[in-house]
Write a protein that binds this ligand. Sequence first.
Ligand SMILES: [Zn+2]
Length: 149
Amino acid sequence: MTKKQQEVMMMIYKTQDEVIRQLYEQAVRVRENAYVPYSGFKVGAALLGKSGKIFTGCNVENVSYGLTVCAERNAFFKAVSEGETSFTVLLVVADTPEPVSPCGACRQVMAEFGDFEVILSNLSYQIKRMFVHELLPYSFDKDNLNVGR
Ligand SMILES: [Zn+2]
């Protein structure tokens, strides 16, 4: 580990509590399960539910490319299928020069569950902390469906 990596890791360990460190470790671990025979681009996500449970997800590609599902959405769908629909933090990690940024489809799925913290990170221990409303401002949400009813 380089000196710079140590400094940034200190940041991860200092900026928040143990929870952030746990989410990072779990996201890095589940990233190894990514099924990416076409892109080779592995992504891991760890999602903290309000119950305190952590749900992880990795990206799963398909030979019919459009069927590929991202790590973030897999984490949300796993959580919801296990009865969790309220979230406090999502952490996503990939091997990128800058903390990885979620795609538009995943941002819309995040917005479905409200405004919570999203931590973008990379394998160099860098993190960028944001909220859903910053990633997807003026999003299409449940209120839009009620207009005119
Ligand atoms: Zn995505």
